[in-house]
Ligand binder design. Structure first.
Ligand code: HEM
Length: 492
């Protein structure tokens, strides 16, 4: 398609929205040019920061940004929700309309279309969601505490033995919990292959798409172009991703099936769901649903990445470490590791965990929702369809004054008791909210409490005694990955 063709399609798209709105104003946003909208105002990097700044300027419940995103070839409408009130009213109050996800051909080509977070609001999604809910809802979650406790203990030992390998140990910690709970699968001590496969698959999925990928989302037939065709090079990346996703799903799945056949399988979500499937004669379709849901279990990678974030936050905030350690000394003492029973008595440690979920959020725009009906909210028209509805609330300076600062006290009352803000913004609201949050919170909490009780985290020093500065950099992808340019030391 040439440029004129593209512009014509964008113009028609805009005209259709204007006509459908019956002159109800669309949400405000930066100045829009004819045809291209405000694409030129949207930065290439850290868009969520710009959205948060615009939100402040507009002082509105939501704002509209019409631009051509990396995902679609044609004009893409994005409504960014700026207040928790608006988020609640739309995602909870109108949950049946806002429970769909936009669909992209690239997800299918990469082999990720089976994944619960990306699926359309459908019967298949309901089945997968039920599998998660049965094993991860708030009352079921404590069943997994023994695994989390055991792995936190092992993490402490690994950090003591090899403090400079902390990034690797953190990733192994979160992956080993997910694999053990999901499949009863123990990672070999020195084998990180499966973790690498899973991380690369997620990295490709969430990394900004290249220009070559844009047309195939608008014109799916372009997926049939041969790889060598100019502009079709993205197929190589998609193929690589498909291979990784397949391996990531099949390796632990075959392990469970093999062990179940031998009668040696450890209890896991996979084994209990497979038994249930047999009882209700769910057949191959039932097995596939379980297999797909579990693959997402292991891809709960924001969890892994956050684990590393947490450590980085502590390196930069020694006062926070000292206050948390004091609380731990008073409650736990020095003779043992913290347990989940200590949790109610450690509000400051919990506040540190909440603040680390908010600060440097790994999914700054959450996952996009797509309304299934035209609607009007606060006097503004929000059209159905390919609209991405996102939010960037964790850095909203009205809700979180001085949002760039790391302040666990945000989550405490003046009396030092935890307030009611459980950082829901990190896990979403409504029918598509995060199903893994209870498990993630427990995994993070026990790691954080154990770490603070046992170690001091500080910057590494040059041989002459000067501290080496910590630099934290992130990718600009949907899920933010840390690029380790940091040097820090952990001292027991
Ligand atoms: C700190 C760690 C985590 C964070 C911050 C996080 C955050 C999120 C967010 C923001 C969403 C989208 C919510 C929405 O669309 O409104 C989501 C969805 C989801 N998360 Fe998590 N998540 C975490 C860990 C996990 C873990 C460990 C699992 C699995 C065991 C998991 C499974 C899912 C699934 C399946 C969905 C899709 C729900 C749906 O579309 O129906 N997450 N998560």
């Amino acid at each position: 398609m040439n440029c004129l063709g593209l512009l014509a399609v964008v113009a028609v798209g805009q005209l259709m929205i204007t006509t459908r709105s019956h002159r109800i104003p669309v949400p405000p946003g930066p100045y829009r040019l004819p045809i291209i909208g405000n694409i030129l105002s949207v930065p290439k990097h850290a868009v969520w920061k710009t959205y948060a700044e615009w939100a402040q300027m507009e002082n509105s419940t939501s704002l509209l940004i019409l631009h051509i995103t990396h995902n679609k070839f044609f004009g893409q409408l994005s409504v960014v929700i700026n207040t928790k009130k608006a988020l609640k009213e739309l995602y909870e109050g109108r949950s049946s309309v806002y429970a769909d996800r936009p669909q992209f051909m690239t997800h299918k080509l990469m082999g990720w279309d089976f994944a619960t977070p990306l699926m359309p609001y459908s019967d298949e999604w309901r089945i997968q969601r039920k599998i998660f809910h049965q094993t991860l809802h708030s009352r079921a979650s404590p069943v997994h505490h023994p695994v989390q406790l055991e792995k936190a203990g092992l993490l402490m030992k690994s950090l003591y033995d090899e403090p400079h390998e902390f990034a690797r140990h953190m990733r192994r910690y979160a992956a080993s919990i997910a694999l053990l709970i999901a499949y009863g699968y123990e990672i070999e001590p020195n084998d990180d292959h499966l973790i690498r496969v899973s991380e690369e698959a997620l990295f490709i999925l969430s990394h900004p798409l290249t220009a070559g990928e844009l047309p195939v989302n608008a014109i799916p037939a372009l997926r049939h172009l041969p790889q060598w065709f100019p502009g079709a090079g993205f197929k190589i990346r998609a193929k690589r991703c498909m291979e990784l996703v397949t391996e990531k799903q099949n390796t632990p799945w075959e392990y469970v099936k093999h062990n179940m056949a031998k009668g040696t399988a450890r209890h896991s979500v996979a084994s209990s769901q497979l038994e249930l499937n047999e009882l209700r004669a769910g057949g191959m379709q039932g097995e596939n649903n379980i297999k797909h849901a579990l693959a997402v279990f292991f891809a709960g990678k924001p969890n892994l990445l956050r684990a590393a974030h947490r450590v980085l936050a502590l390196v930069l905030h020694l006062v926070v470490q000292q206050r948390a350690r004091l609380e731990l000394d008073n409650v736990v003492g020095r003779g043992r590791l913290p347990t989940f029973e200590d949790r109610p008595l450690l509000p400051y440690v919990t506040a540190v965990c909440r603040e680390t979920l908010r600060w440097q959020v790994a999914l700054p725009l959450s996952l996009a929702h797509s309304p299934t009906r035209d609607g009007v909210y606060a006097g503004m028209f929000i059209p159905k369809g390919d609209v991405l509805v996102m939010w960037a609330l964790s850095i909203n300076s009205v809700q979180y004054p001085d949002p760039e600062s790391f302040k666990p006290e945000r989550f405490l009352t003046a009396e030092g008791i935890l307030n009611k803000n459980e950082v829901q913004i990190a896990s979403g609201l409504g029918r598509r909210n995060c199903v893994g949050m209870h498990m993630a919170n427990a995994t993070i909490w026990i790691m954080m409490a154990s770490l603070l009780a046992n170690f001091e985290i500080s910057k590494v020093k040059h041989e002459h005694g000067n501290e080496i500065p910590v630099e934290i950099a992130y990718t600009d992808s949907i899920v933010r990955f840390i690029m380790y340019t940091t040097h820090s030391g952990i001292h027991g």
